[in-house]
Design a protein around this ligand. Structure first.
Ligand code: GDP
Ligand code: MN
Length: 471
C-alpha cells in the first residue's frame, strides 16, 4: 500500500511540476491529491470507483489546482474588469459601473438608469475572491439613498468570505450593477459555466451545470452528475453542436436556447482571445424575458501571455496581492506564503515540494514555498532570508539545496556571509542541508564558521534537526 502510495504521489508530483502547477499542491490541497491517490492505489480493493466518479474526482482535483495556482502564476482580476473583457467579445453581461466612493456610486446608479432603465441596483464589493454574496459583499439597493447607504457600508469593510484569508480583504471599490432579477413572463434561472484548461488531456474545456449560484465544489461533492463538460478540439475549436449540447443539457428551449448558444460561443472566444486560464461565470442568468447574461465573472489571465496582452496586464491590482509575495516577485524569487512555522529555502520546485513533505512528515507545517533558483549566492540567500523572516510565524528555517550546477561550498559561503550580515535579525534556528558537488566541504565550512547554523547532509538528518529545534 505504502509503495503504491509513493509511486502515484511521484507521478502526480511530476504532473504537477511539468504543468508548473506546484502551487495547488502547496496550499493544503495535498488533501485532494491524496484522496485521488488513495483511490488509485488500492489494487483489488473493495472500493472500485466507477469511471464516472473517477472523472469527477479528477475534475475536482483539476479544479482545486486552478483555484490555488492562480494567485501567482495566473493574474487575477476584478469582476468589473472580467466583465469588460467579456463585453468586448460580445458576451452579454449584467451592466455595471465601478465606483471608489458613495458619491461615485450614486452617479453610477443614475447613469445606469439612463442607459438601461433599471430602478434597482446591486452593490458588489470588488475583491479578488468569490463568495462575496455570503459574506455580505453583494447587496440590493432599491433607490439612490440605499445606494449611498450600502456603498458606505461596503467600501472600506473587511470582507470575509470562504475564499479570503481568515482576516478577510479590505474593499476599495464597488461595482454598481443593474438589477437583472426583475420579474416577467418566466422564472429566472441560474447556471454555472466555466472555461478552463484540462491539463490531463491538454485541451480546453467548458464545465457547466444547472446548479448555478452555488459553490461549485459543493455541487461536485454532493451532486456530481449535475456537472457536465465539453472538451474542445484545438484543431477545429468550439463546434456549433457543442454549444447547442450545452444549451440542451441546461434544459433551455426557444429564445433562451439560442441565446445560450451565442453566449457559449462568445465566452469561448473571449477565453481564447484574452489568453485566459480560467473564465468562471457563476451565475449565468436566464432572465425572466429569456435573455442569457453573465452576472458574475471570475477571470484569470495566464501570466506568461501578459507580454502580448498589455491591456490586461494593466488590470493587475497589487493591493489585492500578498505583499511579501509581491516583494519576492520583484526580486525574482518564486515565493508562496503558507500558514506553517518552518520557513524553507530550496533550489528547484521539485525539491521544494519534497522538502515540504519532509517538514510535514516531521510533524510540522511549512511557512512558505521558496525556490531560490540556480544561483544561490550570498546576496540571493540574504534576500531570501529577509523575505522568509517577514512572516512572523516562522520559528525555524530549513535550507535545502542540491548542488548540481551551483557548488555546495559556494552556497554554504553564501549562507555564512548572509548570516554574518544579518546576525541580529535572525532569531530562529537555521538548519542547512547541502547535497551534491562539494557537499562535505560545505558542511565543514558551516560547522567551522562559528555561527549557530546546524548542518546536515542527509534528508532525514535535516528533518531530525528541525524536530529538535522546534520541540
Ligand atoms: P459572489 O457571491 O462573489 O459569487 O458574487 P455574485 O456576483 O455571484 O453575486 C452573488 C449573488 O447575488 C448571486 O448569486 C445572485 O443571487 C445575487 N445577485 C447578483 N446580481 C443580482 C441582481 O441583479 N439582482 C438580485 N436580486 N440579485 C443579484
Ligand atoms: Mn458568483
Amino acid at each position: 500500500m505504502q509503495k503504491y502510495f509513493y509511486f502515484f504521489r511521484i507521478q502526480i508530483l511530476q504532473q504537477i511540476i511539468t504543468n508548473y502547477n506546484i502551487l495547488l499542491y502547496l496550499k493544503q490541497k495535498i488533501f485532494f491529491c491524496q484522496i485521488r491517490v488513495v483511490f488509485l492505489c488500492i489494487p483489488n480493493s473493495q472500493i472500485k470507483p466507477k469511471k464516472v466518479s473517477q472523472l469527477k474526482i479528477t475534475l475536482l482535483f483539476l479544479w482545486h489546482f486552478l483555484k490555488q495556482v492562480k494567485r501567482i502564476i495566473i493574474m487575477n482580476i476584478h469582476e468589473y474588469q472580467g466583465k469588460e473583457i467579456l463585453a468586448s467579445y460580445g458576451v452579454r453581461v449584467q451592466r455595471g459601473i465601478v465606483a471608489n466612493n458613495p458619491v461615485e456610486a450614486v452617479a453610477a446608479a443614475k447613469q445606469l438608469t439612463a442607459e438601461t432603465g433599471t430602478s434597482w441596483y446591486v452593490v458588489k464589493a470588488q475583491i479578488h475572491a468569490g463568495g462575496r454574496g455570503k459574506g455580505g459583499g453583494v447587496k440590493l439597493a432599491k433607490n439612490l439613498d440605499q445606494v449611498t447607504e450600502i456603498s458606505e457600508q461596503i467600501i472600506g469593510m473587511q470582507l470575509i468570505t470562504p475564499q479570503t484569508p481568515p482576516e478577510g480583504k479590505t474593499v476599495h471599490k464597488v461595482l454598481i450593477a443593474e438589477d437583472v432579477y426583475y420579474p416577467g413572463e418566466s422564472e429566472t434561472s441560474e447556471f454555472y459555466v466555466s472555461v478552463l484548461l484540462n491539463r490531463a488531456t491538454g485541451r480546453n474545456m467548458i464545465m457547466y451545470s444547472t446548479e448555478g449560484g452555488m459553490d461549485i465544489e459543493e455541487v461536485a461533492e454532493h451532486t456530481p452528475h449535475l456537472i457536465f463538460t465539453e472538451e474542445i478540439d484545438p484543431a477545429v475549436g468550439l463546434q456549433g453542436f457543442q454549444a447547442r449540447r450545452v444549451a440542451f443539457n441546461l434544459g433551455l428551449s426557444g429564445n433562451a436556447f439560442k441565446e445560450m448558444v451565442k453566449f457559449i460561443d462568445a465566452l469561448y472566444n473571449a477565453y481564447i482571445g484574452s489568453d485566459a486560464s480560467m473564465f468562471e461565470i457563476n451565475p449565468v442568468l436566464k432572465t425572466s424575458d429569456n435573455k442569457i447574461l453573465a452576472v458574475d465573472a471570475k477571470v484569470n489571465i495566464d501570466d506568461n501571455a501578459l507580454y502580448r496582452q498589455p491591456k490586461y496586464a494593466e488590470m493587475r491590482d497589487i493591493k489585492e496581492e500578498n505583499p511579501i509575495e509581491v516583494e519576492a516577485k520583484e526580486v525574482g524569487l518564486n515565493y508562496v506564503d503558507l500558514d506553517g512555522t518552518v520557513g524553507c529555502m530550496v533550489n528547484g520546485a521539485g525539491l521544494a515540494m519534497a522538502t515540504m513533505d519532509l517538514i510535514k512528515y516531521a510533524g510540522f507545517e511549512p511557512a512558505n514555498f521558496l525556490d531560490v533558483g540556480g544561483t544561490a549566492d550570498a546576496k540571493r540567500v540574504e534576500t531570501a532570508f529577509r523575505i522568509i523572516l517577514k512572516d512572523p510565524n516562522v520559528k525555524a528555517i530549513l535550507i535545502n539545496i542540491f548542488g548540481g550546477i551551483v557548488r555546495c561550498d559556494r552556497v554554504a559561503q553564501g549562507v555564512v556571509d548572509a548570516y554574518k550580515n544579518m546576525g541580529d535579525e535572525i532569531k530562529v534556528p537555521i538548519i542547512v542541508r547541502l547535497q551534491g558537488t562539494n557537499a562535505e566541504i560545505a558542511k565543514e565550512l558551516i560547522d567551522n564558521s562559528g555561527m549557530p547554523i546546524l548542518s546536515a547532509v542527509q534528508f532525514q538528518e535535516a528533518a531530525d534537526q528541525v524536530k529538535a529545534a522546534l520541540s
